[in-house]
Design a protein around this ligand. Sequence first.
Ligand code: OOG
Ligand code: NI
Length: 462
Amino acid sequence: MALIPTWRLRAVFARRLSDMYGTEVPAYTTLLEVAGQINDEVAGRDPDAGRLGSIDRVTAERHGAIRVGTPAELRQAAQVFAALGMRPVGFYDLRDGDIGAVPVVSTAFRPIDPDELDRNPFRVFTSLLTTGDRRFFDPDLEARLDAFLARRRLFPPELLDLAERAERDHGLDEPAAERFLALAVGAFTLSTEPVDRAWYAELERISAVAADIGGVTTTHVNHLTPRVLDIDALYRRMGERGITMIDRIQGPPRWAGPDVLLRQTSFRALAEPRTFRDPDGRLTRGALRVRFGEVEARGIALTPGGRARYDALMAETDRRTADRPDADRQATARALWERDFPRTESRLAVERLVFFTYHPVTDRPRDGRRPPAALADLLADGWLTAHPLVYEDFLPRSAAGIFHSNLTGDGTRDPRRDGTPFDAHRLSAALDRPVLDPFALYAEQQDRSLRRALSALHADAA
Ligand code: OOG
Ligand code: NI
């Protein structure tokens, strides 16, 4: 029987998850409608709208987020995502950010091959609760939390078996694919199981994120994020439709130069009715606010040098606008950017602040000349064109902001105690799969395209 290939499984999974979320979180459907309208409008008026991804890609593009409690759960999530061609990329430590620290470390599962990203770029920001972090959990609570987590099962064994098979065979036959997709969507759907009220409340005093992860016996997608080509227009229009967004758009400001990295904003979902088990054993009704909505605009990927420039501009914006309203922050950020950040793609290229792919110009006049050696000359003399690479990852500070803006309270944290040391290596060990470095992926793609373009030019000129 013909195999449904990995990318189709990923595309169908992303669509079904989105359909599920839309029926359960109505404001998400409004968000998709508005994002779709704006994308059509931008595509209709801007001939460059597809420069950072075809309109088909952007229309289908989503990211989601899940949170798990133990390394074993993380490995299982990784197995499910591996079946969909998604690999762990990037390490994010959200435990001691200046805004709303949360007791998690994270990575994002996503396709890494450019063709796979074009087919469907679905990604899932995945966070692991750090139960051993003494700033949040004392030894007694850590032990009870670990015991609770050890007893639960997030992913049914049949799902994990099918996922292993799909990873090994690069796809599944139709009946197996159907079963796999149904089980996978089910594993990320909000459960109707009763919530232990006292346990949930105990964790919530430490951190709403700890309660969301370790206070229940299941996991769930906590938001799904469409991509939009004009996030400022979207922000205004959602307000007109009666949905209040958080008070800012995270990431770089809107400004006169090219879009870089990632701009995101979100809204708090409504409290959803849930069943609780009270300490006396009785089942009672209650509500939790654990699912929300988010939207993002993606720009060009920055090199480490470009990223350092970006981080410095953000820090300077912070210094100048501490305790001032967000409107001031936006204006200040814009002014700083317009002063310090190159305004054109070619300047960004010359200063090596962003990543590109390079492409040979095949219809140049045949004048017998040989291609020059320097990249700048190859570009200036029309031998090569450069195409910016879209940023496929996340921003730790925006992620912390998104977590924080959707929490019920600040929780408690004792900053005098030590955190568990954690880095990409340790997360790779916990995952039993390498956590890839996003900068290395962009650099490889850039270098590969340059090598190919040069050999095409030399073959052509020979
Ligand atoms: C993840 C928050 C991070 C983003 O877009 O930065 C994120 C979470 O709330 O679990 O999704
Ligand atoms: Ni997100």
